[in-house]
Design a protein around this ligand. Structure first.
Ligand code: ZN
Length: 337
């Protein structure tokens, strides 16, 4: 991270930036939506068993400074939609949204955006502050981070080095992932004497935190379902419940107008035309996916592309690949949408 400035002067970085400038000449303004989940300091990030799920906070700080230096305006989704409607030629704007929302959204992410004086969007799964959605990934990771071994269904995993912690996490995550993940986690808590409620509170965002954030003009809040299911796998009625109920819950609890929604997972197989229509019926004004790419002129409001930033993004060059539209183009070329 210390060499970021030198790296940005390198030939590779110059090539990426000149593509970005060429895109500017051809298309005028550009709009790029980013999304991520959690953050950690560089030191903490190094040790985390599931570190790909976290953005390095130093990188995010550098990215926000870089965007300001290079003429990108950070805006809310409401502002981005208004700018699209105005067809603001030549302007470049970017939105950041945080999906799910953990305690670090309140403690670390929003304070960083405040420091830069720019807005941020939170897509909340309401089962997190309500305590009804098991944060099994966070609980599993916490236990692995703080223990030298772990026992699951009688099987023992050694977790006494950072490498072993990472491989154990990945193996167990693959075993649990799916609709029964919460049940696996519940059994694991009993087997290892974990206080499930205390662990949830340690990692979850709370309604008290969200109330404080909702009063901040730099924070825009939208919905990310109640229970974080893969919407395409649900019946129409169940999908409508997830989209509608989470909206109503946010509006009732925070006294806000929750106008925007982000699909969990969000790739082409996770949400499609049927689900965009459900989002419209549930009363949303705009809906985001995680299909890579830029928001272009004439973008329909029910499937905004967003570029996911994760732990492997530790250089501004990586972000520039998204800002130039190159990653979206590559994803379409190879059919990974
Ligand atoms: Zn999510």
């Amino acid at each position: 991270m210390m060499l970021e400035r030198d790296f940005m002067k390198s030939a590779a970085a110059l090539a990426v930036r000149s593509v970005g400038q060429a895109v500017d000449l051809v298309s005028g303004g550009r709009s790029c939506f980013f999304t991520f989940h959690r953050v950690a300091s560089t030191e903490r990030w190094e040790a985390l068993p599931n570190r790909n799920f976290y953005l390095d906070l130093t990188f995010l700080d550098q990215l926000l400074a870089y965007l300001k230096e290079s003429g990108w305006d950070v805006v809310t989704i409401a502002q981005a939609m208004a700018l699209e409607n105005d067809a603001a030629r030549g302007r470049r704007f970017v939105n950041f949204s945080i999906d799910d929302c953990y305690r670090d959204t309140y403690e670390e992410v929003v304070p960083l955006f405040r420091k830069h004086g720019v807005p941020v969007t939170l897509f909340v799964s309401t089962g997190i502050p309500d305590g009804t959605m098991p944060l099994w990934g966070a609980g599993l990771e916490d236990y692995i981070l703080n223990h030298g071994s772990i026992t699951i269904d009688g099987r023992r995993f050694e977790t006494d080095t950072p490498e072993k912690k990472r491989s154990a996490y990945l193996e167990i995550e693959a075993l649990w992932d799916g609709p029964k993940a919460g049940e696996h986690y519940h059994r694991f808590c009993i087997e290892n004497g974990i206080d499930d409620a205390a662990m949830h509170e340690k990692h979850a965002i709370s309604w008290a935190m969200l109330e404080e954030l909702a009063a901040d003009p730099l924070v825009e809040i939208g919905s990310h379902t109640v229970n974080h299911p893969r919407i395409s796998s649900l019946t129409v009625d169940d999908a409508f419940f997830e989209l509608n109920q989470s909206k109503l819950r946010l509006e009732e609890r925070l006294k806000i107008d929750a106008r925007y929604f982000a699909f969990p997972y969000g790739r082409a197989a996770d949400c499609s035309i049927r689900d965009f229509d459900i989002a419209r019926r549930a009363g949303y004004a705009g809906v985001a996916t995680t299909r890579k790419g830029l928001v272009g002129k004439g973008q329909r409001p029910y499937n905004f592309p967003r570029n996911t930033l994760n732990g492997s993004h530790r250089s501004v060059l990586h972000a520039e690949l998204h800002l130039s539209g190159m990653t979206g183009l590559a994803a379409r070329l190879i059919g990974r949408v």
